[in-house]
Design a protein around this ligand. Structure first.
Ligand SMILES: Nc1ncnc2c1ncn2[C@@H]1O[C@H](COP(=O)(O)OP(=O)(O)OP(=O)(O)O)[C@@H](O)[C@H]1O
Ligand SMILES: [Mg+2]
Length: 134
């Protein structure tokens, strides 16, 4: 989160964090791929002065992480295809990146036996939920 401070500042995006203390044993550098991609997407697809929030809580032997934004959201079709290689739903930003970020994210989450899902409303924004075993 701190490493992305400059990107948040560039777009004057407010950053919210609501983090319960949770201990988890996993591969830190692999998980960095997940947090980094979800947060950079949230910043990329959110307009100036928006809000990006990260929440962490513990529930029934699981860590639940939510990364949400007040960005452009995704259509239902995009929502279904985001984990496909080279898929980019938002043509306006298509020149930035390759549509591979979430493919990597999904790979890592699968590797550590977690789950990832996305909910989106084109009017309100997007929330990605990652669930990991403690
Ligand atoms: N937070 C978000 N809000 C709106 N759309 C999103 C969000 N995250 C992902 N998407 C959609 O999912 C597509 C795939 O995301 P992904 O991270 O795989 O690729 P990318 O960000 O376009 O490129 P790359 O990650 O390779 O730089 C995006 O192009 C965009 O259409
Ligand atoms: Mg990306």
């Amino acid at each position: 989160m701190l490493a992305l401070e400059e990107k948040f500042d560039e777009k004057n995006i407010e950053f919210g964090a609501d983090l319960e203390e949770v201990a988890i044993t996993t591969d830190e550098s692999l998980m960095e791929i997940v947090w980094n991609n979800l947060l950079t997407n949230a910043i990329k697809f959110t307009k100036k002065d928006g809000l990006v929030k990260i929440e962490l809580r513990k529930e029934e032997g699981q860590a639940i992480v939510k990364v949400s934004d007040t960005g452009c959201g995704m259509s239902e079709e995009t929502c279904h295809r985001i984990f496909d290689r080279f898929y980019q739903g938002d043509t306006f930003h298509a020149e930035e990146g390759n549509g591979l970020g979430l493919v990597q994210v999904k790979r890592v989450v699968d590797l550590v036996d977690g789950t990832i899902s996305a909910e989106s409303d084109p009017e309100k924004g997007t929330t990605f939920t990652v669930i990991l075993k403690l």
